[in-house]
Design a protein around this ligand. Structure first.
Ligand code: TRP
Length: 477
């Protein structure tokens, strides 16, 4: 990776006319740190390992890799490429590459999605931050899942605590965003990513050296193709969107901060592989320990906030490892939230000419409002449901199942059918500097035909349409 450590400076790029120098990532390593910081998030810790375990282990990893190569990565390359080409926020980028057409609506849906994802994501992050302290003070140190479950219940059903921790998270990420793209996002992720890897490796060693660890490894990695169904493939595809932060303008915005000499296909592929590595290490840190102490593997909040504390409480020096684990999750969540918050902030500063401070405060203020409906979903507002879901679940469902796939679908259609090969080749070869035509051809073929078809399938499935269609064709299913 040493060749990536480019020279500092020289990457700030001219922004919109008359606006002087635009902030951006300054080094090749900074680009990787920020982009990986966005990809690595809570998804690696509570979604990926469990989904792998229950969907056939190594068989699922192979399918996830295929989905990533055919769907997630092509959309990631497309978004990054468009953002760098236009050097603008998500909405302005699409206005620039497709003047006088309606494609800017993809950017607009992205800004909306950023709000909705952040609304629930900041609450999960709030629990993670709270747990660093609870772990440090020994409040959740019990080997009995009933006790840890009650502790979690009392946190999420307390409206004041839920709101205050969420606002605390908003203050932390806002402060980093206000510091700027290079001084805030790049600097922070460059420092935090190595810490994340270090903690992850320490937790893996701890987990693997426990007696009985092999069973957890078997749960994660034994390939079982009999567990692979149509639904597995759809899960893998949806996960590849969420994991790589695509479908809502995050990578358009980050792409607009990429250096001119950055090899986009190579960089995004490296980030994708590093993200996969983090997911697998997270699985290795978690499941051998879970099995070693005879706990049931679970998913989502119950795995993270109920099982994991009980698992750590069961091992020697468990309190120290528990604190480390929640610091790890907090770091992962922070990089992801920065990339989400940057989407509306970039729009407000560039399009509306707000100062960065004003744009960030306005966005966080609005988020504190919308987010409170998610934060209170387990307490004050637990009885309020829309389409049978609490606000928390609704935001998750709307974004993961509708907004992200719709965004990805239109991005791939735009790049493959409207923008066209000539522009793509110019952009991805860095105006002819890179000698990567074969890779560009491969990418273009996939993004034009394969990606849109596969995403359309994910989308129809997310809406439940596919199930009805299949039922119409085969009522016996
Ligand atoms: N990729 C992050 C995770 O795995 C979440 C995330 C950050 C995200 N930015 C995003 C998801 C943009 C969708 C869109 O947790």
């Amino acid at each position: 990776m040493s060749s990536l450590v480019g020279e500092v400076a020289g990457s700030a790029v001219e922004g919109r006319e008359g606006k002087g120098v635009r902030d951006g990532f300054t080094t090749g390593l900074g680009v990787i740190a920020a982009t990986l910081g966005s990809a690595v998030g809570l998804g690696n810790i509570w979604k990926f390992p469990f989904m792998t375990g229950v969907n056939g282990g190594a068989a699922f990893i192979i399918i996830y890799l295929l989905s990533t190569l055919l769907v997630g990565l092509p959309v990631m390359i497309s978004e990054t490429m468009l953002g760098r080409k236009a050097r603008a926020d998500a909405i302005t980028t699409l206005r620039k590459v497709a003047p006088k057409q309606l494609w800017w609506l993809i950017g607009a849906s992205g800004v909306l999605a950023a709000f909705l994802i952040l609304a629930f994501y900041t609450e999960v992050a709030a629990w993670v931050f709270a747990y660093i302290f609870k772990a440090a003070f020994g409040e959740i140190l019990s080997t009995n899942p009933e006790v840890t479950s009650a502790a979690f219940g009392s946190l999420i059903s307390n409206p004041v605590q839920s709101l205050l921790w969420q606002w605390g998270v908003l203050v932390v990420i806002s402060a980093i965003i206000i510091a700027g793209v290079s001084k805030g996002i790049e600097n922070t992720t460059k420092r935090l990513m190595p810490v994340l890897f270090l903690i992850l490796v320490m937790l893996c060693i701890r987990s693997l050296t426990l007696p009985g660890a092999a069973q957890g490894l078997a749960f994660l990695f034994t390939p079982d193709f009999s567990k692979v169904t149509g639904a597995t493939v759809l899960t893998a595809m949806g996960l590849s969107f969420f994991k790589l932060s695509v479908g809502m303008g995050t990578m358009i915005t980050y792409g607009s901060y990429f250096r001119d000499d950055q090899d986009i296909p190579a960089t995004t592929t490296k980030v994708m592989l590093a993200d996969l590595l983090v997911s697998m290490l997270a699985g290795i840190a978690i499941f051998p320990a879970v099995f070693a102490f005879g706990f049931e593997p679970g998913a989502g909040p119950s795995l993270l906030f109920i099982t994991i504390p009980a698992v750590f409480a069961s091992m020697p020096f468990g309190n120290i490892f528990m604190v480390l684990f929640f610091i790890l999750a907090a770091i992962a969540a922070t990089g992801a939230m920065l990339s989400l918050l940057e989407v509306p902030v970039a729009f407000l500063t560039e399009k509306k000419n707000y100062s960065r401070v004003k744009a960030t405060l306005l966005t966080s203020g609005l988020l504190a409002l919308i987010g409170s409906t998610a934060a209170l979903s387990n307490s004050t507002l637990s009885g309020v449901t829309l389409f049978g879901m609490t606000f928390f679940d609704l935001y998750d469902y709307l974004t993961s199942n509708i907004l992200l796939p719709v965004g990805g679908l239109f991005i791939s259609i735009f790049v493959g059918w409207v923008w066209g090969y000539k522009e793509v080749k110019q952009a991805l070869s860095n105006e002819g500097v890179l000698n990567n035509e074969k890779i560009i051809q491969l990418f273009f073929g996939i993004v034009k035909v394969v990606t849109p078809i596969l995403v359309a399938v994910v989308l129809l499935n997310g809406l439940g349409v596919l199930e009805e269609l299949l039922w119409l064709l085969h009522p016996s299913l």
